[in-house]
Ligand binder design. Structure first.
Ligand SMILES: [Zn+2]
Ligand SMILES: [Zn+2]
Length: 646
């Protein structure tokens, strides 16, 4: 019999070929108790069932609950469990697919009517019963032909279609199916050893979903759920979901009177109300100030540009589906989906020398992109939005410093809002333009800057822009959710297409390198994220209303008006509430609107020219002179500052 060598936790094991990972772990005395109990194996980087026969030598490690892929394994296994419960309850239902997704799993079923909330409850009960049976997940392999026959006989036409597709695209020798209890599913695996691991799960919601996301194919019924290794983690997650609901920016947007989106105006088009507009105005002012301080030049381009330009840039061929078009005097125009082209024209408006570079053109540029109605969502997915966009033109010598400068800006801006963030480096997609050499140069430049600044990053293969590789910034909000915001994109292609040049030191014509970059990305989306991150309690410098003056009786009205005028002169945003309402009511309302300072003005305060200060946190700062309050408020409302030399 063949023996194979395995490296397991620094031990060398000689095992008979075909022996299971489970046996190997037992031999190596891997602990089988508590959270370290193995639930799967990893051989040379690939996940395997614990029961899988080992037919290849190499590095073998146990996968336990702490493993980064363990939750996905659990959730996918629980999806099988759910499908089993669905099949037992609704025998006519056909199975589609059931993958693990971020934070949970789903399974799609072909069922004529949607699942009801009661269905979910009874399915959960049934899943509990199935889980307790501790049925193992058993893998069987068969030829593709046999697999097709097998699922045809069961009337599972979606599975048949998947196998046939698989045969067409990758010609597998065998197809694997998994059996757990009474349930059999087409699946690549791996799974957890048995169903008893499903101790903490919850079915969350239902939705309609087209088969393969294609609206010409049947509408399926999807159930979303989640699972954890213990009840405590599950409770914590459910709490987080509740919190996310409470913080939903669409709800807070209404409560705080920031914005509205209506069918009357059109989907995906945001109407900013005074308070929302003021918030955005402040954010924009902050951006303008910081960009000017960091050596950017403001530029402003038109909203529409001739179609010929978009053809030249490649947008026409690569981005057409997302663009809107119009016509003037028989000439075709496109509404800009990006701000690049006008910035390129500014660059080309003069002869440039190496001494002029780097050039950093900044614009709060409003763009329009066609999004399907189904994906529109509050402020986070809209059809018109404004980007904090810039295009940097530099020499190969400048490139590294420019990328680093942008990364510094990212880090400063994220810190301002106490966002943690992750960095992804996205490489060449299949639909792209430019030479292999240019792609390599650009990708290496981005990698080098990240490495030199010790910024950890992950590679996102094939997810680059069509004209170049990019760094994506994913921020993490207060609920630990990830949001894609800023990007830094390296572009060697547009300078070519538009014949951009500069004179180098020796008087020779050279091509500049172009960087496209945004920091917050879409301001609409960013404000949506900020709203949820702070649960509407924006930092004082950004809050549309910073101070609310609350009069106890109308005898304080004049004093309130006097203070409001003074605060405004000092650049603070103050409003007076002198309605004939009870003080408690006024306080509660100001609290709901998350106004940083509430100043209570009674007879005493009017007489002594003082203010009683209450913070939105509920903290009472007591009575103080107007001057002292001004010092306090001005300090808290100060804009973020850095001393970085860029
Ligand atoms: Zn599976
Ligand atoms: Zn651009």
């Amino acid at each position: 019999m063949d023996t194979l060598k395995f490296n397991l936790n620094d031990q060398i094991l000689d095992l008979a070929s075909g022996c299971s990972a489970l046996e190997a772990f037992k031999l190596a005395k891997v602990p089988f108790k508590g959270p370290q109990k193995p639930l799967a194996a990893r051989l040379n980087g690939h996940l395997l069932d614990l029961s899988a026969p080992l037919t290849e030598a190499g590095d073998l490690t146990p996968v336990d609950q702490a493993d980064s892929e363990a939750l996905a394994l659990l959730r996918h296994s629980v999806a099988h469990l759910m499908a089993e419960a669905v099949q037992a309850t609704f025998p006519q239902v056909k199975m589609a697919i059931g993958p693990a997704i971020e934070n949970g799993f789903y399974y799609d079923f072909d069922k004529p009517t949607p699942f009801t909330p009661d269905d979910l409850t009874s399915l959960e009960d049934k899943m509990q019963v199935i889980a307790k049976k501790a049925a193992p997940f058993e893998r069987t392999e068969m030829t593709p032909l046999a697999a097709v026959e097998f699922f045809k006989a069961r009337g599972e036409n979606y599975k048949v279609e998947m196998i046939e597709d698989l045969v067409r695209t990758s010609r597998p020798k065998t197809i694997s199916i998994y059996k757990s209890g009474d349930f059999i599913d087409l699946c690549q695996g791996p799974h957890l050893p048995d169903t008893s691991w499903a101790v903490a799960f919850k079915l969350l919601s239902v939705a309609g979903a087209y088969w393969r996301g294609d609206e010409r194919r049947p509408m399926l019924q999807r159930i979303y759920g989640t699972a954890f290794f213990n009840k405590k983690d599950l409770e914590q997650h459910l709490h987080l979901l509740e919190e996310a609901k409470r913080r939903d920016h669409r709800r807070l947007g209404k409560e705080l009177n920031l914005f509205s989106i209506s069918d009357e105006a059109g989907g995906g088009l945001v109407i900013w109300h005074p308070r929302g507009a003021l918030l955005r105005f402040t954010l924009e002012e902050f951006e303008r100030r910081e960009h000017l301080r960091r050596g950017y030049d403001p530029v402003i381009g038109p909203q529409i540009l001739r179609s010929d330009l978009w053809k030249k840039s490649g947008h026409w061929d690569n981005y057409h589906d997302n663009m809107y078009f119009t016509e003037i005097d028989g000439q075709g125009y496109a509404i800009k989906p990006m701000n690049c082209l006008a910035h390129i024209l500014v660059y080309r408006s003069q002869t440039r020398s190496f001494r002029d570079l780097p050039l950093r053109f900044f614009e709060l540029g409003t763009v329009h992109r066609h999004e399907k109605s189904g994906v529109l969502h509050g402020l986070t997915r809209v059809r018109q939005f404004t980007q904090d966009d810039a295009h940097l033109f530099c020499t190969p010598e400048n490139l590294n410093a420019e990328i680093k400068g942008v990364l510094d800006l990212v880090s400063d801006f994220m810190e301002t809002f106490s966002f943690k963030y992750e960095i992804n480096l996205s490489t060449r997609p299949t639909k792209s333009i430019g030479s292999d050499e240019a792609w390599k140069l650009a990708t290496d430049a981005l990698k080098k800057a990240l490495t030199e600044q010790n910024r950890p990053y992950e590679i996102n293969k094939g997810d680059g822009a069509f004209y170049g590789p990019k760094i994506d910034i994913k921020l993490k909000d207060a609920l630990n959710r990830r949001w894609q915001c800023g990007t830094i994109q390296c572009d060697f292609t547009l300078p070519d297409r538009f014949d951009l040049t500069y004179m180098d030191r020796n008087g020779l014509k050279k091509r500049p390198i172009m960087l496209h970059r945004t920091i917050f990305g879409s301001l609409e989306r960013f404000i949506g994220i900020l709203t949820e991150h702070f649960a509407g309690a924006f930092p004082t410098w950004l809050a549309p209303e910073q101070i609310r003056l609350l009069t106890v009786t109308s005898r304080a009205d004049d004093f309130a008006a006097e203070l409001q005028a003074e605060f405004r002169r000092k650049g603070l945003r103050a409003e007076a509430d002198n309605r004939n309402e009870k003080l408690g009511y006024k306080i509660r309302e100001a609290q709901i609107q998350k106004i940083p300072f509430m100043l209570i003005l009674g007879d005493k305060e009017v007489e002594n020219k003082t203010v009683a200060v209450r913070h939105r946190s509920g903290e009472d700062s007591g009575v103080m002179s107007v001057t002292n309050f001004l010092t306090l408020a001005t300090r808290e409302a100060e804009w973020p500052q850095w001393n970085r030399q860029t």
